[in-house]
Structure formats: structure tokens, C-alpha cells
Design a protein around this ligand. Structure first.
Ligand code: IMP
Ligand code: MG
Length: 172
């Protein structure tokens, strides 16, 4: 049985917005190397599309996170399932996330990374669901603010499916 998916943000809209954000990063970090840190796996599609459009030297690394819980609601206890490969000391870091929901994941990640002496540490997220926030997180750049709906596509999954949809959709 397949799920019915309605387009919320089209491929063109997503890609135009990613271009705008990449242009902003190119301006803000002129003369520097940008170190993108993706949170696996959801941010991978967004990170690649963003990286291709940044007109500066770009390096990248990835972390994996998991949270303990009963499956539907996370307990709020987050841990790294995969740490970064390289040190971030002295680097201009931008954490790249697919969606900010409760804020638990990003708040934990930022706390850990801030202690590792980066030159700078910012956050960019493709989507933000502010209605669901439990832990406050200060975002530096947001693609789209969306209502409290379950989203798939552009890296976001439902039971590991639909990450490869080239648009952002809602499961009906
Ligand atoms: P947070 O710790 O609650 O902010 O969780 C963020 C993570 O939950 C994201 O990185 C996603 O992997 C996942 N997530 C939150 N909302 C959605 C959604 O609507 N669709 C798919 N995954 C989601
Ligand atoms: Mg994620």
C-alpha cells in the first residue's frame, strides 16, 4: 500500500530558496572556507544542494544523532551515534539540519560543538516547525517556516521512505 503525498513546497520553490541562502552564505563568508556539518541522514540532500551553490571553498563533515524514547515521542535524551571525523577547532562551521521540530537534537548538538573551539558556529535549517518547539534554539537561517504537519521529501523520511522525493510533501 502506498501513501498519498501532497506537494507542500515544489522542487522549484525549494531550489530557489536554497540558491538565496547559498548566495547569502557566499556574501557573509567572503574570503573564508565554510565548514558544513550535516546531521545524518535527513540533511544530506539539502547539504549537497546548498554546497553546490556556495561560491567559496567548502569542506564538510557529518554527525549522527539518536534519541532514546518510546518511538513516537522522543524522551529528550539525545546522543551521538556517529561523531565528526575531523576537529572543528578554528573553523567557520555551519550546522546544516533538515527540520527543526522540538529543538532537542539541535540544542544538544550545538552544546557539544560549541565546546570544541570553532572560529564560528551557526545553524541553517531547511524547515522550521515553530509550533512544536520544546527547547529554544536560535536559528541563523531558515528556508521555510511550516505548519505542524508531518513532512517527507528532500531528505525527510517516513519510516526511512521518501527521502528521495525532489519536493517537500505532506502525507495525507
Ligand atoms: P527535534 O530534535 O525534535 O527538533 O527533531 C528533529 C528531527 O526529527 C529532524 O532532524 C527530523 O529527522 C525529525 N523530524 C521532525 N519532524 C519531522 C517531519 O515532519 N518529517 C520527518 N522527520 C521529522
Ligand atoms: Mg534529522
Amino acid at each position: 500500500m502506498s501513501d498519498k503525498i501532497e506537494v507542500l513546497i515544489s522542487k522549484e520553490e525549494v531550489e530557489n530558496r536554497i540558491q538565496e541562502m547559498a548566495d547569502q552564505i557566499t556574501k557573509d563568508y567572503a574570503g573564508k572556507t565554510v565548514h558544513l556539518i550535516g546531521i545524518l541522514k535527513g540533511s544530506v540532500f539539502f547539504l549537497c544542494e546548498l554546497a553546490k551553490r556556495i561560491d567559496l571553498p567548502v569542506t564538510m563533515d557529518f554527525i549522527g544523532t539518536s534519541s532514546y524514547g518510546d518511538g513516537t515521542e522522543s524522551s529528550g535524551i539525545v546522543k551521538f551515534s556517529k561523531d565528526l571525523d575531523d576537529s572543528i577547532e578554528g573553523k567557520e562551521c555551519i550546522v546544516v539540519e533538515d527540520i527543526l521540530d522540538s529543538g532537542r537534537t539541535l540544542s544538544y548538538v550545538m552544546g557539544v560543538l560549541a565546546g570544541r573551539k570553532p572560529a564560528s558556529l551557526k545553524i541553517i535549517t531547511l524547515l522550521d516547525k515553530p509550533d512544536r518547539r520544546v527547547v529554544p534554539v536560535e536559528l541563523d537561517m531558515t528556508g521555510f517556516v511550516i505548519p505542524d504537519k508531518f513532512i517527507v521529501g528532500y531528505g525527510l523520511d517516513y519510516a526511512q521512505k521518501y527521502r528521495n522525493l525532489p519536493y517537500i510533501g505532506v502525507i495525507e
